[in-house]
Design a protein around this ligand. Sequence first.
Ligand code: NAP
Length: 315
Amino acid sequence: MITKEVLDFDVVILGSGPAGFSAAIYCARGNLKTAVIDTNMFGGQPSNYLEIENYPAFPLISGYELMEKFEAHSDKFGAEKFPMQDILNINLTSQIKEIETQDKIFKSKTVIIATGAQAKKLNIKGEEEFKCRGVSYCAVCDGAFYKDKIVAVIGGGNSALEEAMYLTKFAKKVYIIHRRDTFRADKIICSRACQNNKIEFIMNAQPVEIKGSNCVENIIIKDLKTNEIKQIETQGVFPYIGCNPNTEKFNGQLEQTQEGFIETDINMQTSQKGVYAAGDVRNTPLRQVITAASDGAIAANSAVKYIETLTPAIV
Ligand code: NAP
């Protein structure tokens, strides 16, 4: 049997995107013994964003570079980092919280959950079958494979429109297939996409199947007004239809929405004492780098205040 290393912290932050590192900066600077744990490398989802142009004071910066700055800033105040941790168990209900990984047990007075969210699936025939063979959830990672090809982006939010524009750098044609006749994306992004002559919009349409032999060759869509079924030639399908929260390790221990997003109050307090949630993983009206960073700061401040109230026995 492996004897696991037991580590004690004031705060363990789960996730290292903008919410996680912002919380780490505030906690470590607030003199809490702080750990940042991630199941992957650091930086979270924004590390994959090619360009970010709405994070204040940075008119244009790559997501990777911005997240490197978050990490360096957190390092400066001494937050300890644990990347690539395979989390086996989390107990958030006891006064001292426990996070068990392959070879460590983290014990902590508080936990800040900043595990983010991941791409939603269309859940249609062919989606799983053609994953990595034409179906991709990351234009930045896979766009270059579609030079002079035709691709279809699904969705009508900021992600769909921005990633479609990015894909026009490679593809000869990009369809945006959206289930309504108006977009959820910001007006400025819509107007840029409309001006891009490589983009063709297919509105009021729902994908029903992805087809091909070895790789994707077609997407079958249903016109939601006429019920007509159409086949569109495409070599790539990029669903950008929103996200699901990364909460599977602690589902059931906290109050969550029907979709699984964690409920918090304005102090980022969850339904469990000493446990806070920040960023995309929580029930929030806006999922941006700036709002995640702001959540992280508030969660950290709440953790600092909570620890001050604890009895000396566990301080
Ligand atoms: P989103 O805003 O939730 O948009 C998802 C889109 O996918 C919606 O248009 C939705 O249609 C559609 N959709 C959802 N389920 C679908 C299904 N099963 N089949 C077909 N279409 C479906 O998600 P997002 O674009 O990923 O953005 C997530 C958050 O990140 C948002 O808060 C967004 O503002 C933010 N974000 C911001 C930026 C930026 O500011 N630069 C960039 C990227 C993302 P309906 O509209 O009909 O619901």
